[in-house]
Ligand binder design. Sequence first.
Ligand SMILES: C[S@@+](CC[C@H](N)C(=O)[O-])C[C@H]1O[C@@H](n2cnc3c(N)ncnc32)[C@H](O)[C@@H]1O
Length: 186
Amino acid sequence: MRLFPILLFPTVTLTLLVAALVLTAQQKNDDAKIAPYYPTPETIVDKMLQLGELKPGEKMWDLGSGDGRIVIAAARKFKADATGVELDETLYKQSVARIKTLGLAPTARIILGDLLQQDYSSADLLTIYLLPVAIERVTPIFDRQLKKGARIVAHDFEFRQWAPAKTMDIDDDGEGRSHRLFLYRR
Ligand SMILES: C[S@@+](CC[C@H](N)C(=O)[O-])C[C@H]1O[C@@H](n2cnc3c(N)ncnc32)[C@H](O)[C@@H]1O
């Protein structure tokens, strides 16, 4: 009987350690989250990819890919090589499952991770639907990494330090909401 607390001690310590690690990982994830989930309507997805002049075989990235709808449209309708980055594990799993169901795995993929930590140097087109504060953080990364000729399409929120090559206003997305798209060229 006296041995029992001694045997229990390592188990309790290990449990506490695991719990602390899980909480730290969760906290890190929350800190990294720089935009809420708010999906782009499907009608606007197509317009973003058209405005970005996406061509078959080009490399496109969606930063904060949500349920994967832009990545999926880029691979399915535009025949591009599409990558999304998403921090939320539920949205990541949902988008990966849809990509698999649609048989798009060779040309569409989602990275579970932080969009501020990726290498975008080979991208031809990047799409982004993030709040201004997040765009401020992405700007220096794009300045450093993007190749000449890369295009960026931003939904509703602009890159304030750059002049857009084009803007597109959509008065009604079919649900009564208006949208503005911005095209940038590096
Ligand atoms: C406004 S939603 C846009 C979703 C999708 N791009 C669309 O247009 O339908 C922004 C997404 O960014 C994700 N997000 C926020 N911070 C992130 C980060 N640091 N790294 C990766 N994804 C992030 C959110 O979880 C959310 O799914």
